[in-house]
Design a protein around this ligand. Structure first.
Ligand SMILES: NC(=O)C1=CN([C@@H]2O[C@H](COP(=O)(O)OP(=O)(O)OC[C@H]3O[C@@H](n4cnc5c(N)ncnc54)[C@H](OP(=O)(O)O)[C@@H]3O)[C@@H](O)[C@H]2O)C=CC1
Ligand SMILES: O=C(O)C1=N[C@H](C(=O)O)C[C@H](O)C1
Length: 268
């Protein structure tokens, strides 16, 4: 069997470690590189040492040379890191799975442009459940009559640095798009003080941060006399890692283009 060579950026982070563990369990995948920042205390260590099984891949910050021999780079880092890695991958013709969240509109445009040359899966949430939830939101947003207030509530661990989560923002985009609205114009990010009554047609976001919550997302459609809540709760990062590896396999069949998990999972 020909193995697919996977490089992992942010290899010592929460997602990086989980992805490397998941690669180690896959028969068809090989960890080809483990990347970290130049000031990382983990440089030169065996990447498998982090997960208890040394594998002979040394954690490296020389992106260009480390990526030689890789088919796909999986990147769950920060926007600045992802864009640095993207430039190297575009130059070297290496496909990318991007799970990082918190990009500005301009930064997302750079990813769109790079997809002219390489194939990219870019998705704020790689779990099967959340991607089905996106479809359920389309159904609800289309079927409910006018007058249901939309609120999106998300909860994550204390270490998360961006808010609202990328998933919550995508939920807002899906609902807004389905209802013919522009999220930028209707989003309300938090409320404080004398806010006045809720404006009709807005989409509110609420963010909770605490402890080790892996990732909870709820869309609330609140009408008069009833509420519809659609919720997803992730209980393990393995669900995201498994999705990222499916995305890498999907990219192996592509030459270029921008895809998301709806494409990977055949949900479009
Ligand atoms: N799409 C999805 O399904 C999911 C997406 N995410 C997203 O993935 C990202 C990472 O999450 P998580 O693993 O929890 O975060 P962590 O903070 O645990 O890990 C981030 C990793 O990226 C490295 N890093 C940070 N900045 C840079 C940079 N400028 N260049 C290169 N590497 C960098 C960090 O190195 P160091 O520690 O040295 O700073 C660390 O290894 C977040 O944006 C999160 O929202 C998370 C889960 C699921
Ligand atoms: O930072 C996290 O942990 C997560 N981030 C993603 C997001 O911002 O949507 C996905 C997941 O909920 C975990």
């Amino acid at each position: 069997m020909t193995l697919l060579n996977i490089a992992v950026a942010g290899s010592t982070g929460r997602m990086g470690r989980t992805i490397m563990e998941t690669i180690a369990d896959a028969q068809d995948l090989r960890l080809s590189a483990a990347l970290e920042q130049p000031d990382s205390p983990y440089l030169s260590q065996d990447a498998g040492g982090l997960t208890g099984t040394p594998c002979g891949v040394i954690i490296n910050s020389d992106y260009a040379s480390a990526l030689t021999g890789s088919d796909v780079l999986i990147d769950f880092t920060r926007p600045a890191g992802t864009l640095t890695h993207l430039a190297v991958c575009r130059q070297s013709g290496i496909h990318m799975v991007i799970g990082t969240t918190g990009f500005s509109a301009e930064e997302k445009e750079i990813i769109h442009d790079a997809a002219k040359d390489i194939a990219i899966v870019f998705a704020p949430n790689m779990s099967v459940g959340v991607n089905i939830l996106f479809r359920l939101l389309e159904v609800a947003a289309k079927a409910l009559p006018a007058g249901y207030d939309v609120e999106i509530i998300e909860a994550h661990h204390r270490h998360k640095v961006d808010a609202p989560s990328g998933t919550a923002l995508r939920m807002g985009e899906v609902i807004a798009q389905t209802q013919g609205k522009n999220l930028e114009k209707v989003a309300i990010y938090g409320r404080e003080g004398h806010t006045g009554e809720r404006a009709a047609d807005t989409i509110g976001f609420s963010t909770i941060r605490g402890g080790d919550i892996v990732g909870d997302h709820t869309a609330l459609f609140a009408g008069i006399g009833e509420r519809l809540e659609i919720t997803h709760k992730a209980s393990s990062r393995k669900t995201f890692a498994t999705g990222a590896l499916h995305a890498a396999r999907f990219l192996a069949t592509k030459k270029s283009g921008l895809f998301d998990m709806q494409d990977v999972l055949g949900l479009r």
